[in-house]
Design a protein around this ligand. Structure first.
Ligand SMILES: Cc1ncc(COP(=O)(O)O)c(C=O)c1O
Length: 354
């Protein structure tokens, strides 16, 4: 029997991830520590006291307002979903079905995967050999200006994943001005670890959308929450694509409790930056591995052989992520900045005495 499944889905690969267990888990760019115990207790009590038999807000209105107040955005322009990865597909549905998705390569895998699954025409502009973003090439790849040719969505992660590089804000401004007929999505999953963000730029341009997540600095990857900060005009249309009552009571309560106690995030970010620096400095002594400068909570390391590096670390209980299947990243592994002890274990496993 032939199932009525679209060829674009049939021919797409699975999401490139296979779970591996290891005592030191540095493979998914998660927060190095769990959601604080006392905040879990507050969230659990609040969940207990709320009715579970009622639907939640239609569009997570209370949570959107709390996020908007924290991020300095309008609640009307804040769209919450169960993970920012959901929004990556929804924004293609919003602007690029039958249109184009433009991004860079190497890159976070989901932009290209979703573009292919949804049948958009995909353009991936290579990063320069030093892994910086070639903005002239991105702008040239758009083809015409507003009104000419098919448009769609541009995805730029900032900081970039998996290199950790950060394109300059004036370069991003240049792109925003060059693409009035496109939706420019700046994925800020790791913005807390960078010196600046694109909020001001997005406020100036109605066609710029920021994606943010509770999965990284907030330490809530298991709760699954992400959001878009958009102009009212974009948010209003995007909300039509978000499933009604999609954010659960549990998700909403956890994130609201987090937003009421943001100090723990700042403390963890400071520790992450200190440890990122320690790892980068220590790795300079490695005979063959080279870490790229990073503005995120991970380091991309070029090694002579990613499979060998990954296996050698794993035999010593340290799990990192291979990145060598991505274009231009031969030999590369990616390590998340963990706790002080986890980072020391990683350095020891890499042959660097700590
Ligand atoms: C650049 C980037 N964007 C988005 C995501 C997805 O985040 P979420 O957990 O909110 O779906 C990730 C996850 O690793 C990421 O690295």
């Amino acid at each position: 029997m032939t199932l009525p499944i679209r060829p674009a889905v049939l021919h797409s690969p699975d999401y490139p991830f296979s779970p591996v267990n290891a005592p030191v888990k540095l493979d998914q760019n998660e927060s190095f520590a769990d959601f604080p115990h006392e905040l879990k207790a507050i969230a659990l009590q609040r969940m207990h006291d709320l009715p579970w038999h009622r639907y939640t807000d239609l569009n997570a209105e209370a949570l959107s307002a709390a996020i908007a107040a924290h991020d300095g955005w309008a609640a009307s322009g804040t769209v919450v979903t169960t993970g920012s990865n959901v929004l990556i597909a929804l924004l293609i549905q919003l602007c690029a079905l039958g249109g184009r998705v433009v991004t860079v390569k190497p890159n976070f895998a989901l932009y290209a995967l979703d573009a292919k699954l949804l049948g958009a025409s995909l353009t991936e502009v290579p990063l320069r050999t030093d892994m910086s973003l070639d903005m002239d090439a991105v702008i040239a790849s758009l083809g015409g200006t507003a009104g000419e040719g098919p448009h769609g969505v541009i995805y730029i992660p900032r900081p970039h994943a998996p290199t950790g590089s950060l394109c300059a804000l004036d370069e991003l401004e240049r792109l925003a001005q060059a693409c009035p007929g496109w939706l420019l999505v700046v994925d800020e999953a790791y913005h807390q670890f960078a010196p600046d963000d694109a909020r001001e730029l997005a406020l100036r341009h109605a066609h710029v959308v920021l994606l943010r997540t509770f999965s990284k600095a907030w330490g809530l990857a298991g709760v699954r929450l992400g959001y878009a900060l958009a102009s009212d005009a974009v948010a209003r249309q995007l909300r039509k694509l978000v499933p009604p009552f999609g954010v659960s009571l549990m998700q909403s309560v956890c994130a609201q409790v987090a937003l009421e106690h943001p100090a723990y995030v700042q403390e963890r970010v400071i520790l992450t930056l200190r440890e990122r620096e320690r790892l980068a400095t220590a790795l300079q002594a490695h005979p063959t591995w080279r870490a790229l400068p990073s503005h995120a909570n991970f380091l991309l390391i070029r090694t002579p052989d990613a499979a060998a590096a990954h296996a050698a670390l794993l035999t010593q209980g340290v799990l990192v992520r291979r990145q060598d299947s991505l274009p231009g990243l031969q030999g590369c592994i990616r390590v998340t900045v963990g706790t002080v002890d986890e980072n020391s274990a990683f350095l020891r496993a890499a042959g660097l005495g700590v």
